[in-house]
Ligand binder design. Sequence first.
Ligand SMILES: [Zn+2]
Length: 298
Amino acid sequence: MTYHASYSALALPPRHRFPIAKYHLLHQRLQQADFQQHCEFLIPTPAPISWLTSIHDSHYVHALLDGTLEEKAMRRIGFPWSDALIERTNYSIGATVLAARTALQTGFAAQISGGYHHAHHNFGSGFCLFNDLVIAADQLIRQGNVRRVLIFDCDVHQGDGTATLTQHRDDIISVSLHCDKNFPARKANSHHDVTFERATNDQDYIKLIQQMLPLLVNTYQPDIVFYDAGVDVHQGDELGLIQLTDAGLLAREQTVLSIVKKADIPIICVAGGGYCRDTLHLVDRHLQLYVAAKELFS
Ligand SMILES: [Zn+2]
């Protein structure tokens, strides 16, 4: 598990949509007795600039880091600029890379934040500054740790940034399962896109994963799977339009983890999205990944 205190250390305007406290609360929950003995917490170091510029436009990277990005571009990201924002972003990317390296050794690792899939080459959007998934996949490949990565993105929103950043690559395969009526309005082309209709239920959603994921693993033979376990597919989510129940969410985590484990491929999981003013309910939804992982990997 990778976690850093900066994840939740960001002051946001009142009534801001982003549930900044959830990372801290999830970390606390994982330190309680029923999880603690199964969890090893690793502390990341911030991503160096070279990791960012290997995927993102250099002007964009420097303007964002320096706080000189124009106001309109910051509005598209959805956060006011601050040192704390940059710090949490750089630690989050470092943490996704660390978790990915850990997964290669242990078979499973999770990053308590991450999944910034709306970050594109030269702009950010939807609360995403830099794309930790693509940066981490790229780092593993550059360092010769793996040859091919499969990004399996189950956040309710399309991983449009991941799609545009990987569209000309065959060593990072992007797969997005999302609701067609959710953000972004204009979808990009992942290697594989699955669009669900508004109000898709547990049964149809899980069945699709059961059919699709073994085929993807078999076809691409990835050396590692990056799983974006966004919980905004839950029926109680304030942004997502898919209607998974608590049981459906746990079944999704069990299904994804068990298929990848059965194929003997390491898996690294990131939190992805999840939006609910009732933060305890939200944390419980993110916890289902760890419930499933505890059953399968300890
Ligand atoms: Zn989302």
